[in-house]
Design a protein around this ligand. Structure first.
Ligand code: MSP
Length: 534
């Protein structure tokens, strides 16, 4: 059955991570962003597909396995089991699939893809001579390199790894990248939102305008990779194997009548490739050119986020600056981790992590802001109304201001999320929380509670606070799913409204959803006070 546009899933990917590296918060950052984005879209009622995975082939892995005295397959199996799969549960990612480039589904489809590109006339054999950075797994252009310093004085080094590049001389197969220069320029001129933010768009356009040269798509001196179907002595160059994961994982090349073939029809093209800014060229130049060469539609958007910095430099394992996600999560919890990185750093710009900043925001925004509001609200309903949510009376301007602010906030947050502007979406909800906290301070429900003549007013106020918390819980659920499920529980919302994950963004601002009479409970603090860290 042919799929209609209506069936199309919102498809988001992370880069597939080099399995060799120890996962650090830079990697977790991309996956967290994808997870928040896709949870939001699920709550918009959309079909969603969220893919992440690992990049397992190439020189780096082959050498590390040799050094470790094991086969490359044993090496990668261990890393995937011990390091990469666990990090997904550590950060609480709800990915729909996890692709490994050593899986048969990937290998077969990569071979099929390149066979197709070759049939279409975009692959030819030629010698390659030039610099290669094993850290980046990238053929470098002379203009890409920097003069080395210190122990590498007098040598050309990779700007990302600050280490010398290797000089390769190999007989390779080349991909006719140059044939796609104009098509790519035309595509991006017609679709200026296809690369974001603007700085990444400009960088790609200037790279394209400088002119594209053909590029090796195979390696003859590497054995750990996917053999070329027409020349089994060579393997597919690791990036031209890895990029294909986005298509092979959702069924590119599968029988269209099969379940996987159907999935391809319903997910492709990809909606958002999330990438770090260091790998934009691969995703916004090489990858769409490959797809064009095979006659497959290109992705709607590549979004390049910034780097997490340590001492002003990109956090990395090779520079020993990597912080493991669990170092932070063991202390603050996964939800606060997810909140902090998307709230404190504008997505698309670089940012530095510091324990001090994270502790300060945890305390002021989460514990004192939202946590305190929730505990005050539930405690007052328990105390003044025996735990039953009261029926509100007439709303006064103070309540109406909150109802109106919520009605403005929801579409604004939704627009910000559509633009992957997480900080603005989260900041909007945060302002609303402040407004509700300010309202509580102003109307002083504890004073109203002392005067029986004010009981209707007290009921209106308590209902308004709880109903505001209902909206906050739904809006924050994509960011902090565990804590918001807890809040949902305290509000007793599930019995009448159903699970929190089923609550729709477009209905959040509809006032009056919590049912009077609902049992409200005061649970543990949502964001407990933490011991001083480090
Ligand atoms: N394997 C390739 C990607 C292939 S995708 C077809 C690769 N892997 S990587 O593990 O080195 O990096 C993957 C991603 O991790 C980067 O794009 C970036 O999103 C993220 N980060 C790694 N270090 C980072 C920081 N210090 N800060 C933020 N993100 C960074 O490249």
């Amino acid at each position: 059955m042919a799929s209609s546009a209506h069936d199309k899933a919102f498809y988001v990917t992370t880069p597939i991570y080099y399995v060799n590296d120890a996962p650090h918060i830079g990697h977790a950052y991309t996956t967290t962003a994808g997870d928040v984005l896709t949870r939001w879209h699920r709550q918009r009622g959309e079909k969603v597909w969220f893919l992440t995975g690992v990049d397992e082939h190439g020189t780096k892995v082959q050498r590390a396995a040799e050094d470790g005295g094991v086969t490359p397959q044993q090496w990668v199996d261990r890393l995937v089991t011990d390091s990469w799969r666990p990090v997904l549960s550590t950060i609480n990612a709800a990915n729909d699939d996890f692709i490994r480039t050593t899986e048969p589904r990937h290998i077969e489809r990569v071979q099929k893809f390149w066979e197709q590109v070759r049939e279409n006339g975009y692959v030819y054999s030629a010698p390659y001579e030039g610099p290669y950075c094993v850290g980046c797994e990238e053929f470098k252009l002379p203009g890409d390199l920097l003069a080395g310093t210190g122990e590498f004085e007098g040598q050309q080094v990779c700007p990302v790894h600050s280490r010398p590049v290797e000089q390769l001389t190999e007989d390779n197969w080349f991909f006719k990248l140059s044939s796609f220069q104009q098509a790519l320029i035309d595509h991006y001129e017609a679709n200026p939102d296809a690369i974001a933010p603007r700085s990444a768009y400009n960088e790609v356009m200037s790279f394209l305008r400088q002119g594209l040269v053909d590029i090796s798509m195979s390696r003859s001196s590497v054995s750990w990779g996917i053999p070329l179907p027409w020349d089994e002595k060579q393997v597919v160059y690791v990036w031209f194997d890895a990029l294909l994961n986005y298509a092979t994982a959702v069924g590119y090349g599968a029988d269209p009548a099969s379940e996987e073939g159907q999935r391809f029809a319903q997910t492709w093209p990809c909606d958002v490739h999330l990438v770090g800014k260091d790998i934009v060229r691969f995703h916004a130049v090489y990858w769409p050119a490959m797809l064009m060469a095979a006659g497959v539609p290109v992705a709607h958007k590549v979004f390049a986020h910034g780097w997490l910095l340590v001492g002003g430099e990109k956090m990395s394992k090779s520079k020993l600056t990597g912080i493991a996600p669990e170092q932070i999560i063991d202390h603050f919890g996964a939800d606060s981790f997810r909140y902090y990185f998307l709230r404190a750093i504008a997505f698309g710009q670089d940012g530095s992590f510091s324990w001090e900043d994270m502790s300060a925001r945890y305390t002021s925004e989460l514990a004192n802001g939202l946590g305190n509001l929730a505990s005050r609200a539930t405690a007052m309903v328990v105390r003044y109304c025996d735990g039953a949510l009261p029926t509100p009376g007439a709303y006064e301007p103070a309540e109406q201001a909150l109802i109106d602010a919520l009605a403005t906030l929801v579409p604004e947050a939704d627009t910000a999320m559509a633009e992957l502007d997480f900080a603005t979406a989260i900041g909007g909800v945060r302002s609303f929380i402040e407004m509700v906290n300010g309202y509580v301070t102003d109307v002083e429900p504890w004073v109203l509670a002392k005067d029986p003549a004010q009981s209707e007013r007290l009921h209106t106020v308590l209902y308004t606070i709880c109903e505001s918390l209902r909206a906050i819980a739904v809006l924050y659920n994509p960011v902090m799913p565990v804590t918001m499920a807890d809040l949902w529980q305290q509000l007793g919302a599930e019995s009448t409204l159903g699970p929190i994950a089923d609550q729709r963004i477009d209905a959040v601002a509809t006032w009056g959803q919590l049912q009077p009479g609902t049992v409200i409970t005061k649970g543990d603090a949502l964001f407990p006070r933490l011991e001083e860290s480090e």
